[in-house]
Structures are given as C-alpha cells and as structure tokens.
Design a protein around this ligand. Sequence first.
Ligand SMILES: C[S@@+](CC[C@H](N)C(=O)[O-])C[C@H]1O[C@@H](n2cnc3c(N)ncnc32)[C@H](O)[C@@H]1O
Length: 213
Amino acid sequence: MRLRNKPWAADLIAANPSMILVSPEDIAGKWQTRFAKEQPIYIEVGSGKGQFITQMAQKYPDRNFIAVEIQESAIAVILQKQVELKLPNLQLLLGNGAALTTFFAENEVAGVYLNFSDPWPKTRHEKRRLTYKSFLAEYQQIMQPTGYLRFKTDNQGLFEYSLMSLNDYGMVFDDISLDLHNSELAEDNIQTEYEEKFSKRGQVIYRLEAHYK
Ligand SMILES: C[S@@+](CC[C@H](N)C(=O)[O-])C[C@H]1O[C@@H](n2cnc3c(N)ncnc32)[C@H](O)[C@@H]1O
C-alpha cells in the first residue's frame, strides 16, 4: 500500500470521533453502542482504502462492520468515504491487528475477514503475516464459537502458508477455492482494491473459510 502521509488525515480523524477510534483502551465489549442497531459484528483486518468493507456494509445492512487498519493514511481514505456515505453499520479502528484482544471482548465478533494481506515472504518476517499463529489466537479470543475466518489472496506462497498455519492451529476448513472468480462463490463476491488489480492482470484469486474447533 503506497500512500504517503497525508497531512489532512489526522485532522479528518480528529473531526469525526463518532466514526473512528484511534487505538482505544476502553472499547472492548462496548462496540455495539457505537452502531445504530445491535447486530452481529464482522471485522476486516488490514482494510486498506476500504472498498471491500464499505461495499459489505452497503450490501448487508443487517450486520455491523469494523475496518481495522494500522496505517493512518489508509484509514483516512476509508473515513473520507464514510463521511460521504454515513453508513450506520460501519465503524473504523486505527490500530494494530496484533492487539485485537485489547480492542474487543470475548465473543464480540461474529467473523473476521483478511483480504490480500501483506505476504511478508522472508521467513524471518513470518510473525508479521496475519495468518501466523499469534494472530489466529487473537481472532479466536474475540470470535464467537460460531464465527468464521475468511481469507483471500492472489499470493500462492501466502495461501499455502496460511493453509498450513490454520491446519497446525487445529482450525476446520469449511471451504477452499483455488480460483474464486471461476467458482460458484464468484457471484456473491465483493472485490477489494487489490483483488481488482491482480485479477485484471490475469492472476487467480485463492480463498479459504475456516472456523475454530
Ligand atoms: C496489501 S494491503 C490490502 C488492502 C485491502 N485489504 C485490499 O485487499 O485491497 C494490506 C493492508 O493491511 C494493513 N495491515 C498490515 N498489517 C496490519 C496489522 N497488523 N493490523 C492492521 N492492518 C494491517 C496494511 O496497512 C495495508 O493497508
């Protein structure tokens, strides 16, 4: 994600406290109070510029969504969209996905989306991959027993790694697709910015869905 620091980002965030929180310490267990309606909460970790999460919020008004993004310049782009759209079922969190258990209480989340996460191909960076076991433990602690993890990527290496990592963690696979755009799931699929870019280049998109035992 190549976004230079935008001087307006901090100002925009400060001006919209009802739409975005910045690494809050006292929000765990209280997210429902920030939405218009109490309904299941789904989060996307690493939302980038937010095409996926804003479209999901529009398509599923009976669900609440939270974009979790570590880069201020990226989440400010989502916030700009939300200032215009004013979706009652979308909230933003500027924070690190590695610290989800400080932001969410047990069972607060119904599902976690990971889309085109940074691959971190070097072995010494394995711990930064969003499907590394420490991240899987974070998702597990905040997710309801019926919850699911959905992951999409164009990166074969990261996909294979993620299959092994989730399997080693003891997760159960509900669905694995080696060519999402030519599968029965394509019709309902909402594309992310990266997904559009990579599929236009002819790359296949991998997808998996899994849950905890
Ligand atoms: C390659 S981009 C993909 C963006 C978007 N999901 C898409 O598919 O178009 C990965 C995003 O994940 C964010 N990210 C990486 N590590 C993160 C972490 N630990 N917590 C939250 N966001 C993270 C990056 O800042 C970046 O915006």
